[in-house]
Design a protein around this ligand. Structure first.
Ligand code: ZN
Length: 257
């Protein structure tokens, strides 16, 4: 059985195809999926989707690319919704810093810090979005003494940086980047890291596979991402699949059914 630790099934492109997609996922053995929220306006819908469909779990948070709609009151709502969360809400995210986001670094950092503080208060793992800001994110997490981990989604980078995040309790999201032959460093990193530090993800509808023909990425692509990871690793496929499945359960405290 497989999981997708990061897919945006609340985005409009999935609206009319959710039921057939969930049926296709079930058929492929992809049984648990996490929808990470990106902005406050999406929180109620994501919560509703997860309560209507047993394979779906979710996290609540404010993504650095979505700060144009941010209001300070959202932080209080975030705290309150997480405090009274249901069983399907398993983390705070996705949050972080992105060099290419429109919002200023000052605003991104302020919103990020506030959300990490909520995660600390409520003892929740975080789903981290970090693009070209690894040093800064590490400095902030260390300054706040954040050690309860979560997932560094769509990790790309060196073994050394990966270990810095693992020390803070993070698992690293393995996505379509490994299917690109020229992403040598990231492929090498994922070939070498301890298996218990890895999680599969698609980031659908973003991050298409190498030479993908369709416009949108799909959580069904967990299978080719798994196959690619298996080709980079030395463990037998069955062992790899079992450990990846267990990692998802461990980091998000899911019940193993
Ligand atoms: Zn995402």
């Amino acid at each position: 059985m497989f999981t997708d630790s990061h897919c945006h099934l609340d985005f409009p492109c999935f609206k009319d195809e959710l039921d057939p997609l969930l049926a296709a996922l079930k058929q492929k053995g992809i049984t648990k999926l996490v929808i990470p929220a990106t902005q406050a306006s999406a929180w109620p819908m994501i919560k509703e989707m997860a309560s209507a469909h047993s394979p779906l779990y979710y996290s609540l948070g404010i993504h650095p690319h979505f700060l144009d709609s941010f209001e300070e009151v959202h932080l209080a709502h975030l705290h309150d919704m997480l405090l009274s969360r249901d069983d399907k809400c398993i983390a705070l995210g996705e949050i972080g810093l992105d060099k290419f986001a429109q919002a200023s670094q000052t605003q991104q950092e302020w919103v990020f810090v506030k959300q990490v503080e909520i995660a600390l208060q409520l003892e929740l793992p975080i789903i981290l979005h970090c693009v070209k800001k690894q040093g800064r994110v590490l400095a902030i997490l260390k300054a706040l003494n954040f050690q309860q981990g979560g997932v560094y989604h769509a990790f790309s980078g060196s073994l050394e940086v990966a270990h810095e995040f693992i020390k803070l309790g993070f698992k690293l999201g393995v996505g379509a980047v490994i299917t690109y032959p020229n992403s040598t460093k990231t492929r090498q990193t994922f070939a070498t890291l301890p298996l218990d530090a890895l999680l599969l993800e698609t980031d659908a509808p973003d991050m298409p596979l190498y030479q993908q023909q369709t416009k949108n990425n799909s959580p069904l692509n967990i299978i080719p991402i798994f196959e690619c990871l298996a080709s980079l690793r030395s463990e037998p496929k069955a062992q790899l699949a079992t450990q990846l499945y267990n990692n998802m359960h461990n980091i998000f405290s899911l019940s193993n059914d």
